[in-house]
Design a protein around this ligand. Structure first.
Ligand SMILES: [Zn+2]
Length: 248
């Protein structure tokens, strides 16, 4: 089924079966007015612990818990497509914070972290790219010049990150992404600010691998922007098991 048809089918399912707010359970829209009003409006740096060496500053609109966690899981796992717009707005918030001190005359280039092809086939579309497109639309509404540039591809052979410890995640992801050089020639990557976009930042391994792949192709990465970041506790490995970073 095409991505559009999948999205429409999901929307119809919501309409026919009825939906409820993912935050408070109130029948109706997937995000009620009160929960929407409670969403963060500012992003902050969200460094993972330990930080992968060389990682550019990661920005997150909030912590991966409560409402943001519910929204991200519903969008990823249950294909609640209506949440794409508010999640895109949150991602835009992180991107805005990442480029706040930079010259607004230069474009912001949002590079979505790629999902594995098998994951996209199973879902019918790529939620991260869709969210990034919606974030771009939001940024343009704020008079920022912004483009989605899906430069990154997943190489075959990458295992699901769920259940892997921090070090294993890094090893699993090393060399797992490649930059499409054909896309580079058409884009103003030399004059724009490149921001890697993802939904959740856990260990930072996915973001660091995306940064590595882009830099290997001569693309300077300015920052990482995500909707939410996990707060690492002790020991770090024990807190990342429930989260499937970038495996949607
Ligand atoms: Zn609600």
């Amino acid at each position: 089924m095409s991505p559009l048809r999948t999205a429409l089918a999901d929307a119809w399912t919501d309409l026919l079966l009825g939906s409820a707010c993912v935050g408070c359970g109130e029948p109706g829209r997937p995000l009620c007015r009160a929960c929407r009003g409670a969403l963060p409006e500012q992003a902050n740096p969200a460094w993972p612990t330990p930080t992968p060496p060389g990682l550019v500053t990661p920005w997150a609109a909030g912590e991966y818990r409560d409402l943001l966690r519910s929204m991200l899981l519903a969008h990823k796992e249950k294909q609640v497509v209506a949440l794409g717009r508010p999640l895109g707005a949150l991602l835009a918030c992180s991107v805005s914070a990442a480029v706040a001190d930079l010259d607004p005359a230069h474009p912001v280039l949002l590079v979505p972290v790629p999902s594995r092809p098998a994951v996209i086939r199973a879902r019918g579309y790529d939620p991260i790219t869709r969210m990034t497109r919606l974030a771009t639309r939001r940024l343009r509404g704020q008079r920022r010049v912004a483009h989605v540039v899906p430069l990154l591809r997943s190489r075959p052979g990458v295992a699901d990150q769920a259940g892997l410890r921090a070090r294993e995640r890094g090893q699993n992801l090393a060399g797992s992404m490649a930059c499409a050089s054909s896309g580079l020639r058409r884009l103003p990557v030399s004059t724009g600010y490149v921001v890697v976009c993802d939904d959740v930042l856990t260990t930072g391994a996915t973001a660091r691998e995306a940064q590595r792949a882009l830099e290997a192709s001569g693309v300077q990465v300015h920052a990482v922007a995500v909707v939410a970041a996990t707060r690492r506790r002790h020991p770090p490995e024990n807190t990342s098991r429930a989260i499937s970073e970038n495996q949607v």
